[in-house]
Write a protein of this length. Structure first.
Length: 363
């Protein structure tokens, strides 16, 4: 190993940054089916590297199928072991290996400013949005909650499954690994190189890995993955991410869409959905796509009162039916509009805002 610390990259080394960025982007966005033999071998090597016994290894077509498998094999004792912290996570030990045993030697060889330069380039174009798997994560939790709520014998089941998903190894989260890959290349560091190869193989050969002390579920990759230019899940009238078993997520620029209108193009979205939509992100998206004036026209809403950018509206007055009251609020900082349905009769914007702020009779 060279004792000379790298404080500045050569032009040739700077040119390598885009090569490693491309390599790891291809890994995290891959839709090719995994080779199960290679995936199993990579997992076994990882367990051996961190000194854990190899558990039962199972393959599933999607993270949803993995959660379903786990739920069906979950015992009361398993939950108790988890609550008492008796189980050791492969993922946690892997991160100890990567960060503690690989990062420190690399930082001794490469100046932190060089890594900052690399990070600025590698994350350029990622935008300020959440990683695309955040919507996949939320979708899974909703499905788990629905399943577990039907089983009153395991009130802790949801928390356990949520924890397993949260602690799972997810290849799409490892764009940062390109920095380590690059670091080994330019530093010539050979210590722990075999450990790095094992981790790299694990991420390259597997989809999500959900594991505990006595099992390891290896998920296949999605067969479809559509993103916008900020790396957010995005598609119109089709799934933005889909797996071989049919598990899918519909999303529009990172906002996960309810099933009832996810299969329709935005030009066919309806203002009446605002009346029953609880999710703030989805409401904001509907307002953005349809437009405030379009919503007023479609719902035949009448403005009753207005104050400082906020407006009280009523639907049904023109048709002589029991009116539905809406409160349109405008964020002074961002200019974003939100529209909420009120479940009581109100006479003024101030009254509607008071009820909304205290969560009284607003839906």
């Amino acid at each position: 190993m060279s004792n000379k610390k790298i404080e500045k990259l050569t032009p040739e080394e700077e040119a390598l940054i885009s090569v490693y960025k491309s390599k790891w982007e291809n890994i995290r966005l891959s839709t090719q089916r995994i080779d199960r033999k290679k995936a199993e071998s990579a997992v076994k090597d990882a367990y051996a590297m961190v000194g854990l016994p190899i558990p039962q290894i199972t393959f599933c077509d999607s993270p949803d199928a993995a959660c379903n498998w786990l739920s069906n094999h979950l015992s009361f004792q398993k939950i108790k072991n988890w609550e008492n912290n008796q189980d050791t996570s492969l993922n946690n030990l892997l991160f100890y290996h990567i960060y503690e045993k690989l990062q420190n030697p690399l930082f001794e060889q490469i100046d932190s400013k060089v890594y900052e330069q690399f990070g600025d380039i590698i994350y350029c174009g990622q935008g300020g949005g959440e990683p695309f798997n955040s919507q996949l994560y939320k979708h899974l939790l909703n499905k788990i909650e629905s399943r577990v709520s039907e089983n009153s014998q395991f009130p802790e089941k949801y928390r356990y499954l949520e924890s397993q998903i949260n602690d799972s190894l997810q290849p799409e989260n490892h764009l940062w690994a390109a920095m380590f890959d690059f670091g080994f290349s330019v530093s010539g560091l050979s210590d722990f190189k075999e450990d790095w190869k094992i981790f790299q193989s694990l991420v390259q050969e597997c989809g999500w890995i959900i594991e505990d002390s006595d099992f390891c579920v290896i998920c296949d990759r999605p067969t479809k993955l559509l993103l916008d230019n900020q790396q957010r899940l995005h598609a119109e009238a089709e799934p933005a991410i889909e797996y071989a078993d049919g598990f899918s997520v519909y999303a529009y620029h990172g906002v996960r869409l309810p099933e009832k209108y996810s299969k329709l193009p935005p030009t066919e979205w309806e203002a009446k959905w605002l009346l029953e939509e609880d999710d703030l992100e989805v409401r904001e998206l509907l307002i953005e796509i349809i437009g405030y004036e379009g919503i007023k026209k479609e719902l035949q809403a009448v403005e009753l009162d207005s104050s400082q950018g906020d407006t009280l509206l009523a639907i049904g007055i023109k048709n002589n039916v029991e009116p539905i009251y809406l409160l349109k609020m405008t964020d002074n900082d961002t200019g974003k509009i939100d529209i909420k349905r009120l479940s009581v009769n109100v006479k003024s914007v101030q009254e509607a805002i008071f009820l909304n702020n205290f969560g009284i009779h607003c839906c």
